[in-house]
Design a protein around this ligand. Structure first.
Ligand SMILES: [Zn+2]
Length: 341
């Protein structure tokens, strides 16, 4: 996760409500952006008929431990290369595309490697599920290992690959994306002359490249949904509803979680807008959702610190997100047509 940009809406609402009750201000209040968004159309979901999805939370947790054991894995580091090879070894029997390019960053030109594993389906269209795998760059010379912030979601995708591999799929094709260089190189804006770069440009390098490439080559038109997982391993799991995500898709994810009995882990809090890897797809009109728990320890105290370690995580949280994503895909496969973009 690159940064926290806006206060939780819940907190804002609570403050506004308090002000309203006690002071009764005459002037109209300023409302956060999210409350002015049009309500999502009522969705009608297909019946809950399929078997419960399988996902091995313990195996996914083992993957997190193996990824973290490589140490800090920032862009352009030896351990980054090792974790790339680790993913490719897991995916050796799958159809894999390597999207390699050079990004101009405040630290000069750096190599960026996106990894895409493609699992074909009978239906015309693609569901993309992404996670970044680079650890925080400014913390590269510390003991920071990003167990939750990229370790958990990268491992989640490996276990989802296990579940998809070798099974007939009569739904949409599923593409798993381990995207690179999500983290900002100089998030404090200290790029300096001549490499000065606004924060918005200094982040999401890998996924922006993929979105541009798929836009240019026509792939984007085939993408039905873009799902993102980020910071989903927290033992105290509370996925936030995100104002930048597509409302109907968030509703659908909640329906999927409810079918599994996991709804209490979802959307207790609403963030008015998370800047994350889904943004390049949101901007291109692809229905997109960020599955993110942005309260990692009280007040997010473990986020982007050396305390982001595996002892804070739980196999159960990985299982909750893994099965909810697979159930979401199952519902999407049965909805015809999907809601308009
Ligand atoms: Zn991060």
């Amino acid at each position: 996760m690159i940064k926290k940009c806006l206060l939780p809406l819940l907190v804002l609402c609570a403050l506004l409500l308090t002000a309203c009750e006690h002071e009764k201000p005459a002037a109209p209040k300023t409302q956060p952006d999210v409350t002015t968004a049009a309500p999502a159309p009522e969705l009608s979901f297909p019946p809950d008929s399929g078997p419960r999805p399988k996902f091995d939370g313990n195996r996914a947790m083992q993957y997190v431990k193996e990824i973290v054991a490589y140490g800090p894995r920032p862009l352009n580091s030896p351990s980054h290369k090792k974790v790339e090879d680790y993913f490719l070894a897991h995916l050796k029997s799958d159809t894999v595309e390597n999207d390699v390019f050079t990004a101009a960053t405040p630290e000069g030109k750096l190599p960026v490697h996106n990894i895409i594993a493609k699992f074909p389906g009978a239906k015309d269209g693609i569901i993309v599920l992404a996670s970044h795998y680079d650890t925080n760059y400014p913390l590269r010379n510390t003991s920071y290992v990003g167990a939750n912030d990229c370790g958990s979601s990268s491992a989640l995708l490996l276990e989802i690959a296990n579940q998809l591999r070798g099974r007939p799929n009569d739904g949409y094709s599923i593409w798993l994306v381990w995207d690179d260089a999500e983290e900002a190189i100089k998030p404090d804006g200290s790029g300096g002359t001549p490499n000065e770069m606004p924060f918005e440009q200094d982040s999401l390098y890998g996924i922006k490249h993929l979105a541009e490439k798929w836009d240019a080559d026509g792939t984007l038109k085939k993408i039905k949904v873009f799902l993102l997982a980020d910071m989903i391993g927290d033992a105290d799991l509370n996925i936030d509803r995100d104002g930048n995500s597509t409302a109907w898709l968030e509703d659908l994810i909640y329906e999927a979680a409810s079918r599994l009995g996991y709804q209490s882990h979802f959307f207790g809090r609403t963030l008015s807008g998370v800047d994350d890897d889904h943004i390049p797809f949101v901007r291109r009109g692809v229905p997109s959702a960020d599955l993110i728990d942005f309260n990692y320890g009280y007040n997010d105290v473990f986020w982007h610190t050396t305390q982001d370690t595996v002892d804070k995580l739980s196999p159960k949280s990985l299982e909750i997100i893994g099965t909810t994503i697979l159930e979401t895909i199952d519902i999407l496969n049965k909805m015809n047509p999907l809601p308009p973009k």
